[in-house]
Design a protein around this ligand. Structure first.
Ligand SMILES: [Ca+2]
Ligand SMILES: [Ca+2]
Ligand SMILES: [Ca+2]
Length: 226
């Protein structure tokens, strides 16, 4: 009996000693008109770019855009007449970019999402797309963990429509250090609703969990001996 209980305790300790599998799970592209449409709603923090920045991330490029006639924010949709909200734009000081990236600080999130909201001019000179969108996800070590193909996005309008907006997201148990959304054929586009959270437990947390489970196992063993 005692041998069996020790075996159980050892297995439990092993199970919590190391973080779970590092397999990447990708979500989307899915329609998105509010935070409720996120698979991570209620589990992560939301940056909607409508006020002071929330803590825990750094924008690698781009700038806030709006409110205005050519803004596509998730917040305050006003189809055909721009948006009364603010988005995050691919350009900064008149220089556009094919990518929009955000990196994370502190305990790395395991769940991250971002919403593509609009494309302006593409390289071919058409306004509003459709044009290819990708989402790259980087692991805790900074290596590319995987890419979500979000397909061709763009409704040929650039004035506040939200029916075209698409969510892309990822779950990675070992933590996500950075995400980068890309439009290879445009440097004139927008995103909104960056969301991240469910941080990787600190090593001390695993140690505490191990101690707790060992305590449960030895209590079970004592009860069985009685
Ligand atoms: Ca917004
Ligand atoms: Ca839009
Ligand atoms: Ca559009």
């Amino acid at each position: 009996m005692k041998t069996h209980a020790c075996g159980v305790a050892a297995a439990l300790a092993l199970a919590v000693a190391a973080p779970a599998s590092h397999a990447l799970t990708l979500y989307g592209p899915t329609p998105y008109t509010s935070f409720n449409d996120s698979p991570f709603f209620g589990m992560v923090a939301l940056e909607n770019f409508e006020g002071a920045p929330i803590l825990g991330y750094t924008a690698l490029n781009g700038s806030p855009l709006g409110p205005g006639a050519l803004t596509d924010s998730v917040d305050g949709a006003n189809p055909g007449a721009g948006s009364i909200g603010t988005s995050w734009y691919s350009g900064l000081n008149g220089v556009g970019s094919n990518s929009i990236g955000f990196s994370f600080t502190g305990p790395l999130p395991t769940k991250v999402g971002l919403v593509w909201t609009d494309v302006g001019f593409t390289d071919s000179g058409s306004i509003g797309g459709p044009s290819q969108v990708f989402l790259d996800v980087y692991d805790a070590g900074g290596a590319l963990a995987g890419t979500l193909d979000m397909g061709l996005l763009g409704d040929a309008l650039a004035s506040g429509e939200t029916a075209e907006d698409r969510f892309g997201g990822a779950f990675l148990a070992g933590g996500i250090s950075k995400i980068v959304m890309r439009m290879p054929q445009s440097d004139d586009w927008e995103v909104d609703h960056l969301q991240f959270g469910a941080p990787v437990p600190e090593p001390s947390t695993y140690a505490l969990m191990g101690v707790g489970l060992l305590g449960v196992a030895s209590a079970v063993a004592r009860k069985r001996r009685r």
